[in-house]
Design a protein around this ligand. Structure first.
Ligand code: ZN
Length: 180
């Protein structure tokens, strides 16, 4: 067969040939689906009000398991036994720790006298994110953080004062006693 005939046959095959589908391997399909899923997830992740602290630590969602302990979730989301958080939900009358400073996670982890046994060195504002990442990278630091959080949870009222409704109750009882 000459070149011209071969070209004509090839052209004919392309223009009039029977269409066929070449199936891609399943692994390829999985890859495309995962990319699509991560892309949609990232859009939702960026829209969500999950909170700046977590968004900074995990800027992009992935299938990686971060293996965060419950105490680490509380510490890094800043939603735990901290007066700064409890006050926001009216669970404490003030955001002050019983030592007098604002009771946020950084306070307990670096400067509160009640938690001195587990203190980390205090980061500058610009190093805060690196400081959190360094804790998460170190097993020893994570254990120290677990212990500090367990202590905070076990001694919540001692450190953060009584809940707001208990304060009202105590105040009412005192008023009642004064009236008597
Ligand atoms: Zn304190």
């Amino acid at each position: 067969m000459g070149n011209e005939s071969a070209d004509a046959l090839a052209k004919n095959a392309v223009t009039h040939g029977t269409p066929f589908t070449l199936l891609k391997p399943l692994i390829h399909l999985n890859k495309i689906l995962n990319q699509e899923l991560i892309s949609n997830w990232k859009k939702e992740w960026d829209k969500t009000n999950l909170g700046k602290p977590i968004h900074e630590l995990i800027p992009s969602p992935s299938f990686q398991n971060h293996n965060w302990d419950r105490r680490e979730v509380m510490f890094f989301t800043e939603q735990g036994p901290f007066t700064s958080y409890l006050k926001r939900f009216h669970l404490r009358p003030s955001d002050s720790c019983s030592c007098g400073e604002v009771g946020n996670p950084l306070h307990y982890a670096t400067s509160c006298p009640h938690t001195k046994a587990w203190h980390f060195s205090k980061p500058s504002n610009t190093n805060l994110l690196q400081w959190k990442r360094a804790i998460l990278r170190s097993t020893r630091s994570r254990t120290r953080l677990h212990n500090m959080m367990s202590f905070l949870m076990a001694n919540d009222i001692l450190i953060n004062g009584p809940p707001a409704d208990l304060v009202i109750l105590v105040t009412d009882e005192l008023l009642f006693l004064q009236i008597l």
